[in-house]
Design a binder for this molecule. Sequence first.
Ligand SMILES: [Zn+2]
Length: 237
Amino acid sequence: MRTCVFFHAHPDDEALLTAGLMARLADAGHRVVLVVATAGERGRTGLPTVSLGPLRLRELEESARVLGCARVVPLGYPDSGLDGGAPGGFASRPVAEPAGRLAAILREEDADLLTVYDEHGGYGHPDHVQVHRVGVEAARLAGTRVVLEATVDRDRLWRWLRPLSKVLPLDGWRQAYTPGSRISHRVDVRRYAAAKRAAMAAHASQGSGGPRLLAVLRRLPDPVFRHALGTEYYVRR
Ligand SMILES: [Zn+2]
């Protein structure tokens, strides 16, 4: 049995990016621990941040339950917001302090594996870039041997987006995530599509009120869902 720590920026990032691997590892008997830097209280909803944070942490608990996580650790940093402008947000913190806290969890858990994000923070959210920096430093401090960057195959993503880019401003996505040639692990998680969809559904506050990515993806018909989200992508550092 191994202990695998998944480090994420906001509640719902785990559902989109790593839920399949988390469910697969938990199903195989490994200990899966979910650490989230912020409560995602600046996610786009009509709710004030003071009530959205606690709601999103409850949604995270439900997502973690359906994925089979043994433990959820919210680090409690303020969400920086997509423009990174929130004062005192996670993205603006010096790396050492949050890295020290994450390293303490890695030591306590005797973690065999840590997931972080790629250096672009995927699509570039400042808190996601910070997850990369903090996670890499924490693994160094704790001596965690296996560090995987959770990412998306940029070439495959762009094949999906290119037709839409003629009508939507999507050019920024050309440089998001990781080129296909650098992906070290393509993990087949089609058997865990139902768990992944349930994890996405747990984040109800992020799945309503307009054409939101999570809302669109979680309503895809089964075969399309498995095709679009049935593979997860990792780069071993
Ligand atoms: Zn996020």
